[in-house]
Design a binder for this molecule. Structure first.
Ligand code: NDP
Length: 375
């Protein structure tokens, strides 16, 4: 099984583009449309034209409710390429110095921030001050204080803040959540989430604490954590964690290589999770209740997500996650639709509060309690 990171690391740019163009041919699950969409389209500018920004842009070609209309980048040559490729007019192109001027641009509704983690905080706050809706990649910030400030800035500016939790729109994931809510697993007792890959280039920003805010936990472990919360359907009340570092040269102080963490939930359910930058083929969820189970592998990669429950194979439609996400985010912004699992800033903030507790537990070796009023 290839993880999405293997995929990005191994593919050359041209091969990647070929692969990406075929992705946009998958069905858009949200729109079983007999008629073309006639409503308001969310006009999006992408900030940060890197690996994931490229994937989102390609996937957006198949959106019916959202459209890529602008770019914000520090690399002029990329701006040129994207203008040609996506037919982006010059007046919708910005760099990191001048993008506050977007406030005078009536042709852009939202900005999707897809830059290194530590930049999200300032960039989202500037987007809010420019009066545009903000979509921000995970982790939404590098600590809970920053996330809180981003939530407050967007509230104050009366714009939406959504986080790129693409799994919250994935049909097979949503089916397991539906079954859990319907009681089909009985009383849920246990979740296991394993997310990781071998980080390649030692010089990439993901291994630089100043840009990444941490290591694997911030980047990929967050999928196991977020998955534990939406699979169990509760917020944790205690956390324990253990860190293992086999390569302190590559994974410097503050950049976690591998963390195992455990969560306890109010119902008594427990979760056991693994986050790693040094173990491949980790993309697996397992949920167990007293009447049934679900297992998914791959569980959070770009797909297709595969899995089964005690009732049989999961066979809901296969979607392009980013197409589905952007269409549904447009509906959240313009039609006030409520997703099954929230993707707002408060949701991103919860993950960061727990990540801070995981780091604290790993450092001290102590169980960290999260009182209910934390939420
Ligand atoms: P990349 O390194 O591929 O791209 C990041 C881009 O950000 C760069 O290409 C650059 O674009 C811009 N940038 C601005 N300042 C800097 C800087 N100081 N150092 C490096 N890049 C800079 O990263 P990814 O696209 O993989 O990740 C970006 C974000 O997306 C992260 O927060 C990550 O966690 C998230 N992500 C989410 C995924 C998901 O499935 N939801 C998957 C992968 C990533 P430019 O040249 O245009 O300025």
């Amino acid at each position: 099984m290839n993880t999405r990171r293997d995929f990005l690391q191994k593919m050359g740019a041209s091969a990647l583009m070929l692969q990406l163009s075929s992705l946009s041919t998958f069905a858009n699950y949200s729109e079983k449309k007999d008629q073309p969409y006639q409503g308001r389209v969310l006009r999006v500018a992408i900030m940060g034209l890197g690996g994931y920004g490229t994937r989102v842009a390609e996937a957006m070609k198949a959106c019916s409710k959202a459209k890529l209309v602008g770019v914000i980048s520090g690399t002029p040559s990329k701006i040129k390429d994207w203008q040609l490729k996506y037919d982006i007019p010059a007046q919708n192109c910005y760099n990191y110095e001048n993008f506050d001027e977007v406030k005078n641009n009536p042709d852009i509704d939202a900005i999707y921030v897809i830059t290194p983690n530590a930049l999200h905080h300032d960039q989202v706050i500037r987007v809010a001050k420019a009066g545009k809706h903000a979509i921000c990649e995970k982790p939404m910030a590098v600590n809970a204080k920053q996330a809180q400030e981003m939530v407050a800035a967007c509230k104050k500016a009366n714009v939406k803040l959504l986080v790129g939790y693409r799994m919250h729109f994935e049909p097979r994931t949503l089916e397991v959540i539906r079954m859990r809510k319907a009681g089909e697993f009985g009383k849920v007792m246990f979740f296991q989430g394993q997310c990781g890959f071998k980080a390649g280039d030692p010089n990439q920003w993901r291994l630089n604490k100043a840009l990444a805010g941490g290591g694997a936990m911030m980047d990929i472990g967050i999928y196991a954590l977020n998955g534990a919360r939406y699979m169990v359907g509760e917020e944790p009340v205690w956390i324990t964690a253990q860190e293992t570092k086999t390569d302190p040269v590559k994974f410097k102080e503050g950049v976690d290589e591998t963390i195992q963490f455990q969560l306890g939930f109010p119902s008594g359910a427990i979760a056991s999770c693994l986050s790693s930058y040094n173990i491949n083929h980790l993309d697996r969820f397992f949920l167990s209740g007293d009447k049934g189970f679900a297992e998914m592998q791959p569980s959070t990669g770009y797909g297709p997500i595969k899995g089964r429950t005690h009732q049989g194979e999961l066979n809901q439609p296969i979607t392009t996650h980013q197409t589905e996400q952007m269409d549904q985010m447009a509906a959240i912004i313009f039609e006030n639709k409520q997703p099954v699992v929230s993707v707002d800033g408060e949701e991103g903030l919860k993950d960061l509060k727990i990540i801070e507790a995981i780091y604290q537990a790993a450092k001290t070796g102590q169980k960290v309690k999260l009182p209910a009023n934390v939420w």
